[in-house]
Design a protein around this ligand. Structure first.
Ligand SMILES: [Zn+2]
Length: 405
């Protein structure tokens, strides 16, 4: 992935400056569409002629289309620009049992979604997923496909992009990205599911001014994505955020990672199912959805199992807050369906022994497609540059320095 270096913009090449300005204009159109060229110049601070050059290029490249004509009391009628929603992205969210596949436009709207069974053999899964995607491209022949974004509960080697750590999928050292690229002929962006949710918040969420937040994905395991100082934290090995595998009890049950008593052993969907069977003294093969249904119907054991799970969730979140002091914690997962019922238990755990001031806001993610939408952002950021928010701020400083020099 090409990275723009914003730390020393005064020596940035003119090509980099053009890339940055293009990203700024594209992102402004994305966020404020429909928008006129005059407004683009005013909001970005770029010269009118620069804006015209960039927008003409974007129209030629079919990223942007001319929308309806505006109407002013007198004089010229400005043309409004918007993103071309015929440009599409293929998105996939892999989970241990089920994979969701979708087609989204550049605005992150899903035109189509379906699910398929996740196969335990990564090679077979890559073949099955690629076949599904080729079919989707054929059946949406009116769209221009830009690329493929995939999120999965795992980690990759930053250089080789091979999947290195995916305990809940049971995959190790496999070139999933390469296999899909070869079978589809499309460029593939892979991301850890929790990090993809961070991107979804940054690109499509409403928390525009929040520079420090943590996404906690609650599913078969627990993942966290850290947005700190306005950037996604990756750490030296790309493994930042594995709080789910911090041991809470060295004598606890064995985790898929090989450790004992990891946080996710107590706070994941699988934990709640285990609690339910213990409490109801049964060994029913329920899905987490079934358990939520039972709880909604007032099943006492189901409610108690979920209460135990969210208490453990809250205790882990307390550790994250103590370590990172985020403004917000965003929860992604089926458990948010019963948010009203369980938020008080989570908040009670989070607030216990809080160090100074008030604990941060803990809230559910907007909508149910955070993981999938994140994969759309993955593909878009190749063209639009990093998140609009971060880019906008930095560019502002480039402009100031330029005009000063
Ligand atoms: Zn573990």
């Amino acid at each position: 992935m090409k990275k723009l270096d914003f730390t020393n913009t005064q020596v940035a090449s003119s090509q980099t400056a053009r890339d940055i300005n293009r990203g700024v204009v594209l992102n402004l159109i994305r966020r404020r569409q429909p928008i006129s060229r005059a407004d683009l110049a005013r909001v970005s601070g770029l010269q009118r002629s620069t804006v015209s050059l960039i927008t003409e290029q974007l129209i030629r490249e079919r990223w942007v289309v001319r929308g309806h004509m505006g109407r002013l009391p007198r004089g010229r009628r400005p043309t409004f620009l918007r993103l071309n929603d015929q440009r599409a992205i293929l998105a996939a969210d892999l989970r241990p049992a089920q994979t969701t596949v979708g087609v989204a436009d550049v605005n992150g709207r899903f035109l189509f979604q379906e699910t398929m069974t996740t196969m335990s053999d990564p090679r077979a899964m890559a073949e099955g997923l690629a076949a599904r995607m080729r079919h989707l491209m054929d059946s949406h022949s009116d769209l221009v496909f830009e690329g493929i974004g995939i999120s999965l509960p795992g980690r990759f080697n930053e250089e080789t992009q091979r999947v290195m750590f995916a305990p809940n999928l049971g995959w190790a050292d496999f070139d999933f990205k390469g296999a899909i690229e070869q079978a589809t002929g499309m460029r593939v962006e892979l991301e850890n599911a929790a990090n993809a949710c961070v991107l979804a918040e940054v690109w499509f969420g409403h928390a525009e001014r929040v520079r420090d937040f943590v996404v906690v994905t609650v599913s078969e395991g627990i993942g966290t994505g850290i947005f700190a100082n306005g950037q996604l934290a990756r750490g030296r090995t790309g493994m930042a955020g594995e709080f789910g595998h911090v041991s809470f009890d060295p004598n606890g049950p064995t985790c898929a990672c090989g450790g004992k008593g990891c946080w996710e052993i107590y706070a994941s969907n699988r934990a709640a199912l285990r609690y339910y069977n213990e409490l109801s003294k049964t060994s029913r093969d329920l899905t987490f959805r079934d358990l939520l249904g039972l709880a909604e119907a007032g099943d006492v054991a189901a409610l108690a199992a979920l209460e135990k799970m969210v208490r453990a969730l809250g205790r882990g979140i307390r550790m994250i807050i103590a370590g990172l002091a985020p403004e917000e914690i965003v929860i992604v997962g089926e458990i948010t369906r019963l948010w009203r019922r369980f938020a008080p238990a989570i908040e009670a755990e989070v607030g216990t022994g809080f160090l100074v001031g008030r604990p941060p806001l803990v809230r559910p993610a907007e909508g149910s497609t955070a993981r999938l939408r994140g994969t759309v952002a993955l593909v878009l950021q190749k063209h639009f540059g990093p998140s609009a928010r971060v880019l906008g701020e930095r560019t502002h400083s480039i402009r100031r320095r330029r005009s000063a020099g």
